[in-house]
Design a protein around this ligand. Structure first.
Ligand code: CO
Length: 257
């Protein structure tokens, strides 16, 4: 199931050497390894679809019919955090949006579109922001340094640090401080989701979606629920960010009464 990166690697891959001729053979060796690691995906795919069809002949017909997921999952792009796998869910059960360090910016149209679609059209019941310990994005943001085009992205993590600087600076152990920033970042991204009009409107009309904050501990494989107090946070947020005054929402509420 997993890529075997070393399968069939020619021995000259391990060899050193500086001559042009040698470089040429090294390049060719890499090319064959490259094509193997690429082709294996299609081999895996054939095996996977055969297995699915054997278990359930109508599997792909039903997948093609449409989706009705209960969850929107917003997580990190990190290759070690596999959304469906760790939740034990199958294709069709979770709508997924991933980016570096699981951020939800006000100006990020990509995240905003995924959330709007999941909430207003798919009508998901739960929105999950899932961070993870050992997150490279969080680690990068903890170091004060110029990382070029990644600066604007990392800045919002640095903003989370600044918002919670007192608490974080009081943690002497660097690893624990790193873990805590992962958690606080999830918490802040939950707030960012709760600030959105579509989330507030649907919740007012339907009683969902509920926003949850999780951390995946890849050292143990466990999912940790940070038990975000959605109702209280929403009430607090709405003192400043209440966006439920649209005419259609007011009318829908009148109709329901
Ligand atoms: Co990460």
């Amino acid at each position: 199931r997993f890529l075997n990166r070393n399968a069939g690697a020619p021995p000259n891959l391990q060899a050193g050497g500086n001559s042009e001729a040698h470089k040429h053979t090294i390049y060719q060796g890499k090319e064959s390894v490259m094509s193997q690691s690429y082709e294996v995906i299609f081999e895996n795919n054939r095996k996977w679809l055969e297995q699915k069809k054997q278990q359930y002949p109508d599997y792909f017909k039903e997948l093609a019919d449409g989706q009705n997921p209960e969850y929107l999952y917003i997580g990190c792009s990190d290759s070690r955090v596999a959304a469906e796998g760790m939740m034990g869910l199958e294709p069709g059960e979770v709508f997924v949006h991933r980016n570096v360090a699981n951020l939800v910016h006000g100006l990020d149209l990509n995240a905003a579109s995924a959330i709007e679609y999941a909430v207003s059209h798919l009508k998901v019941k739960h929105i999950i922001i899932c961070g993870h310990y050992n997150c490279g994005g969080i680690k990068a943001a903890m170091k004060p340094q110029d990382l070029g085009s990644m600066n604007p992205w990392l800045r919002s993590i640095r903003d989370v640090y600044r918002l919670h600087q007192e608490e974080l600076d009081a943690i002497e152990d660097g690893h624990l401080r790193y873990d805590r920033l992962v958690e606080l970042n999830v918490q802040e991204q939950c707030l960012n989701v709760i600030k959105m009009a579509c989330v507030q409107e649907r919740y007012l009309l339907d009683g969902y979606p509920i926003v949850h904050g999780w951390v995946f501990d890849l050292r143990t494989g466990r999912l940790i629920d940070l038990n975000i107090d959605f109702k209280n946070i929403l009430a607090d947020i709405q003192k400043i960010y209440d966006l439920t005054d649209s005419e259609w929402v007011v009318n829908a509420r009148k109709k329901a009464d």
